[in-house]
Design a protein around this ligand. Structure first.
Ligand SMILES: [Zn+2]
Length: 309
């Protein structure tokens, strides 16, 4: 305990000695690289943006680092995914940042999920029973470009509130993003249209939004429940269900073991495809547009391979 207090004291002392951010530039910290990418689209050169989690990390389980506290201490704005995605690691960092601006409810805290359309919201009592990491709805909403647009709009509003002199600039940047996204969506829809109704299995429920947006039919999950590792009984049931339905694609996030997906694929004749669940998950997905280009192309290629098998 005393060690962590000493660490915080050191970090805050270093922060106080660090040079201030360039005058007039908002310092934004986001929890994920997806939010950083959207903030860059809207904020351009009027904001400095840093993400805490890397895109290749499971965003539910990020190891907090002292450098995160330092970044939060210096920030004007913190943007989080919300819906409990970061509940395992972000709240203590916000407290330890000693930055009043970023506390939940303050002007410098933006919960992006409030702008998104959220799926799989449980009805009835909210519970984290059995370790379910999606107790308040599915937090992977950035994998629908429609939500990317809604979140970018919320970021535009928040940046304009914190830096009113740049409001016109942010509005122009958002309009440009909106136009380019609409163009890209035509491209992605064209690529995915032939796959409408394709039955797939996914490791974690990261792909609910992606599947809904592009017409894939998710018929099962390698995890028995979100955040719970595969079990032999569940894997057997899933394999039988895949054979019954003719599901030929297993979508996996890069931070999960391929052991169970590979075994399932061997038993069912399915293809395993490792997609990028977010910006920065692979080097080919450095921004929000490249993310969907990468994933849509991989799914289309894997579906073709599965069909000819
Ligand atoms: Zn999740």
């Amino acid at each position: 305990m005393s060690r962590s207090i000493a660490l915080v004291a050191l970090v805050v002392a270093v922060a106080a000695a660090a040079p201030a951010v360039a005058a007039g530039k908002l310092a934004v910290v986001t929890t994920t690289e997806d939010l950083a990418a959207l903030t860059r689209e809207v904020g351009g050169d009027r904001v400095g943006v840093e993400a805490l989690a890397r895109g290749y990390q499971d965003p539910h389980f990020v190891e907090p680092k002292p450098s995160f506290i330092l970044k939060l201490n210096k920030a004007d704005l913190l943007i989080a995914i919300g819906r409990d995605l970061e509940i395992g690691w972000l709240p203590p960092l916000i407290t330890q940042s000693r930055n009043a601006k970023l506390q939940p409810g303050a002007a410098g805290y933006l919960d992006a999920s409030l702008a998104a359309t959220v799926l799989e919201v449980p009805t009835g009592q909210v519970t984290r029973a059995m370790g379910d990491v999606h107790p308040t709805g599915n937090p992977h909403y950035w994998l629908d470009p429609g939500n990317g647009r809604r979140v970018a709009q919320a970021i535009r509003a928040k940046l304009s509130e914190l830096s009113p002199a740049d409001a016109a600039y942010f509005a122009e940047r958002f309009a440009s993003f909106d136009r380019r996204l609409a163009e890209a969506e035509k491209r992605w829809d064209g690529l995915m249209a032939p796959l409408k109704g394709l039955k797939v299995v996914t490791y974690h429920r990261s792909w609910s939004y992606f599947a809904q947006r592009f017409g894939l039919d998710v018929v099962g999950y390698v995890e028995p429940r979100p955040g719970i590792p595969p079990s032999p009984g569940h894997t057997l049931e899933l394999t039988q269900e895949m054979k019954r339905l003719g599901a030929k694609l297993v979508i996996v996030e890069p931070y999960f073991s391929l052991k169970t997906p590979t075994a399932i694929a061997r038993d069912t004749g399915a293809q395993v495809v490792v997609l990028a669940p977010g910006v920065g998950a692979v080097k080919e997905a450095p921004d929000y547009f490249a993310l969907f280009d990468y994933d849509d192309n991989l799914v289309a290629t894997a579906a073709k391979a599965a069909a000819t098998k």
